[in-house]
Design a protein around this ligand. Structure first.
Ligand SMILES: Cc1cc2nc3c(=O)[nH]c(=O)nc-3n(C[C@H](O)[C@H](O)[C@H](O)COP(=O)(O)OP(=O)(O)OC[C@H]3O[C@@H](n4cnc5c(N)ncnc54)[C@H](O)[C@@H]3O)c2cc1C
Length: 387
């Protein structure tokens, strides 16, 4: 296949492709069947330094920036692997990097960079508040030199495979705060100490292998020194991290879309029905071509959003638009790929049905399409707010 653009970061892409070749479809299918965590794959990515590309060199990372990180995750997904088990190790530390104290950065970032510490859990969503984050109820009450946390989180991925978690909790009630987003704070929770001491983790089995969980906090103690930044200002601290997350996940969607397009193009050229390759029929060709066009357009928005982020410019709208376009492109490509494969699209051994299930997530998480449209409608176009 000929790409219409030159690849960015060709050396990184080549190295990531080589690593991914060691984790072929059979590895993922077996884990998927048993809903097991890809420990060997995550370890390999960490050992080769791919999860620390956003950590500055002074803390042991490569400091390459978000555009390079998107190349890593795109290749992971284009290779048929899944970065969902590891991608949070890249961006969750951003809250510590941008808003943590010098002591917190010294203490945690070098170990996150080396992979010695897994900072892979990001605790935001709650069962009752959903996307309306300012209505979270998990509350952290200050008592002397620590906070006591009570509440509940849902859909917190990789919690069982993480040493640390960035946790969002209220430290003042919403009603007592000047703005609804005030009174929310961010903590770094040491899961190793908390588990069984106020923290309970309950896995949730989902349609994809994502190691997601429900968390229950029952008088969980967090040392006051683990508060990140100022108390009550946490909501704005996590926003830039969320932009990085959306751009990175958009790059995973681009990788997925290219995986589906690669597979569909190859199959349509090989599979012969009615005495000719099915790909000779325009009814088969055009959906593949359409998927390619949509993916290339979305990829450019992802690259634009990443370049804004790397330049330290506001990237919220672009991160959202990139995530929306890329997740829609990957879903269209997934559907197209199943259709192109006919019955074989449903066979586990082709990996298409697994990737189809995996890529569906990204129109819902980490932010759903409607909420992105709402952001564009009200923040960009100035339409009246609906909430
Ligand atoms: C597998 C998985 C992994 C996840 N991992 C994490 C994680 O690690 N950490 C974390 O904090 N969260 C995580 N999440 C949560 C995820 O971010 C949320 O599921 C997502 O943001 C949607 O929130 P919700 O499920 O509460 O949906 P809701 O907010 O209940 O919304 C349901 C639907 O209604 C629509 N909707 C809601 N309000 C409006 C409105 N005003 N206008 C129009 N439409 C609206 C939404 O678009 C959505 O389609 C994960 C979720 C899943 C499924």
């Amino acid at each position: 296949m000929t790409d219409t653009t030159e690849e960015t970061f060709p050396d990184i892409r080549e190295a990531v492709r080589r690593l991914c070749a060691r984790f072929a479809g059979g590895y993922w299918r077996e884990l998927d069947r048993d809903r097991k965590y890809p420990t060997e794959f995550v370890t390999a990515l960490a050992q080769d330094g791919w999860l620390s590309v956003l950590i500055p060199e002074e803390y042991g990372g490569s400091g390459l920036g978000l555009a390079a990180a998107t190349a890593v995750l795109e290749e992971v997904h284009r290779s048929g692997c899944n970065g969902g088990a590891a991608h949070a190790q890249m961006y969750t530390m951003g809250t510590v990097l941008r808003h943590g104290s010098a002591a917190q950065k010294e203490k945690y970032l070098p170990k996150v960079a080396s992979g010695e510490l897994r900072l892979q859990a990001f605790g935001v969503t709650e069962p009752t508040s959903g996307t309306d984050t300012t209505r979270i109820r998990t509350f952290a009450r200050r008592e002397g030199d620590h906070y006591v946390v009570n509440g509940q989180k849902i859909w917190i991925s990789r919690a069982e495979h993480s040493d640390l978690m960035v946790l969002l909790a209220r430290t003042a009630p919403r009603e007592a705060s000047a703005k609804s987003s005030d009174g929310i704070s961010v903590f770094l929770v040491d899961m190793r100490e908390a588990l069984g001491n106020g923290l309970t983790i309950r896995p949730i089995r989902t349609m994809l292998n994502h190691a997601t969980t429900e968390l229950f906090f029952d008088d969980m103690k967090v040392p006051a020194e683990n508060l990140i930044g100022e108390e009550g200002k946490g909501f704005r601290y996590i926003l830039s991290g969320m932009n990085a997350e959306r751009i990175l996940i958009a790059s995973e969607c681009i990788g997925d879309a290219r995986f589906f397009i690669d597979r569909a193009s190859a199959y349509a050229s090989e599979r012969s029905v009615f005495g000719r390759p099915i790909g000779e029929n325009q009814g088969v060709q055009f959906p593949i071509a359409r998927a390619y066009v949509q993916t290339e357009a979305a990829a450019r928005m992802v690259a634009h959003a990443a370049s804004l982020f790397d330049a330290g410019k506001p990237a919220g709208t672009e991160a959202n638009m990139a995530k929306m376009l890329a997740s829609e492109a990957s879903w269209y490509a997934a559907d197209m790929c199943v259709q192109t494969h006919g019955g074989f699209g449903f066979a586990e051994e082709y990996d298409i049905e697994r990737k189809f299930r995996e890529t569906r997530l990204y129109q819902v998480a980490p932010i759903s399409t409607n909420l992105i449209l709402s952001h564009v409608a009200t923040h960009v176009l100035g339409l009246p707010k609906s909430f």
